[in-house]
Design a protein around this ligand. Sequence first.
Ligand code: SDX
Length: 441
Amino acid sequence: MSDENVPAAEKNRTVTLIDNLTGRRFELPILSGSTGPDVIDVRKLFQDTGYFTFDPGYTSTGSCESSITYIDGDEGVLLYRGYPIEDLAQHSDFMEVCYLLLYGDLPNADQKRKFEHDITYHTMLHEQMAKFIEGFRRDSHPMAVMVGMVGGMSAFYHDSTDITNPRHRMVASYRLIAKMATMATWAYKYSLGQPFIYPRNDLRFAENLLHMMFAVPCEPYRVNPVLARAMDRILILHADHEQNASTSTVRLAGSSGANPFACIAAGIASLWGPAHGGANEAVLRMLEEVGDKRRIGEYVRRAKDKDDPFRLMGFGHRVYRNYDPRARIMRESCHAVLNELDMRDDPLLELAMELEKIALEDDYFVSKKLYPNVDFYSGIIFRAMGIPTSMFTVLFAVARTVGWVAQWNEMIEDPTQKIGRPRQLYSGPTRRAYKPLAQRV
Ligand code: SDX
């Protein structure tokens, strides 16, 4: 938060560290943001004290100052540039949310029209990328294709890789947001052996995504407006989420000056993990493995067993110690989609609802504040739409790209930005004499 906005009384707030062995005292400044927890500024800690902080997993560490997204984990609040996610999901669309995340406020009518046009006219891929994708096996996991294709964009779009050039950054950001949907659907079509479907400039973003996924050249394809609205809402809910693992990966990659396409490819790779964006795919596989309500107790017991690596996928969150507000909205969309598709008695949804009920009543989950997260329902909606499980995290990546590029731009434009280079607590061998081969037993 810039200094002139900090009240005088708080300007020189500090916390005192006392080393009880040496008696040395250190004053560390406390910084306040516009809302949320204050932070202890440790930027000069090592220089002044010779100590590092130690926080594997960054459970208590702020990596940057940001004004894009704010989460109150205790209250279950999520704000994009100050707007509650519930309001955006109900009243906005994904293109408005993209503009909001990139530029800091909702667009007026002209701004929205121009932004939507500019994104639309970047949805086509360089024709050579069709050949690029054909280098993969047909049975490749689509996330592997996405990591390769997005990283490969830096080989196709040289005119937008100079990160010091604001126009390059903007063009690269638009290309990434727009082309992710096309690459994602082409990865899907490639796995089916079906021809690629080109984007249509007369369709809105979510409609285009469904069109490119499900249309075939042999007949007209009409996008179901209820599914398009549900997809648009899912994209909004997944657009950004503070400094999560994949966003932190993008920032760290970007801090070295790597080009934007390489940074987003790194973010996709991080999102793929089942503890992060890969959880929506893992939730479906878990529900299919549980198979029957009568087996839920067995899986809940396994999830609570310290000696069993099994976790209840779709539950828990590093930040939310309350219901993930996105999961609540996703639940509503889930029912809307299943009603529209006349799948109200979908066995997996029934299983999911029963699992949620049991988990929310179980003391282990209640005491550890493990609530359903955004991934718990998204897989059920995607499955109802006819989207294969392997594509769930790909769609999460399509949505999250705007968050990644917004955070990447914010970092590049930060005048205090420097390369990220954490230190460590070393517990390996101290200096020792070299042992020639003949002396090694
Ligand atoms: C996303 O960061 C983000 O913002 C991510 C995300 C985004 O939008 O970018 O919100 C998207 O990644 C959502 C999370 C999706 N992942 C899952 O659903 C996988 C299942 N969840 C867990 O793996 C876990 O909850 C994490 C990874 C999400 C959070 O793990 P933390 O913060 O490191 O918490 P933890 O592992 O320290 O768990 C705290 C305790 C532990 O028990 P104790 O060691 O204290 O006894 O809760 C337990 C854990 O064993 N626990 C679970 C559990 N999650 C945590 N036990 C059973 N099932 C679970 N799902």
